[in-house]
Design a protein around this ligand. Structure first.
Ligand SMILES: [Zn+2]
Length: 106
């Protein structure tokens, strides 16, 4: 009888075209029980291959990315800038200064 010691968890693609996720057939502390059996841990970013807490569909629709990688991709992608509407000035209200004259009290 041999025991495999501290085996690194598997990484599975959750569904066809879906994100990668840490997977374990055995229960792991905070992991989520999956409908398909076993337990799911953190998602794996397709770009940086790091386990991440949140995964998003890639900007180009090709794979799944963490917020950092998605942010980088979004910055690289050309974006249409919206012009700021003109004529929207804030009027400053001037507080009136009240001059106080001190009366001498004897
Ligand atoms: Zn990433």
């Amino acid at each position: 009888m041999s025991r495999s010691s501290a085996k690194p968890h598997e990484i599975r693609r959750m569904w066809e075209g879906g994100p990668l996720r840490q997977f374990s057939a055995d229960r792991v502390g905070s992991w989520t029980p999956l409908d398909t059996g076993g337990y799911g841990g953190q998602y794996i970013c397709d770009t940086c291959k790091n386990p991440v807490s949140g995964i998003y569909e890639a900007v180009d629709g090709n794979g799944w990315q963490c917020s950092d990688c998605k942010g980088v991709a979004a910055k690289a992608a050309p974006k249409v800038k919206k012009p700021i509407p003109a004529g929207h000035r804030k009027e400053r209200k001037r507080a009136k200064r009240v001059c106080q004259s001190r009366g001498k009290v004897s």
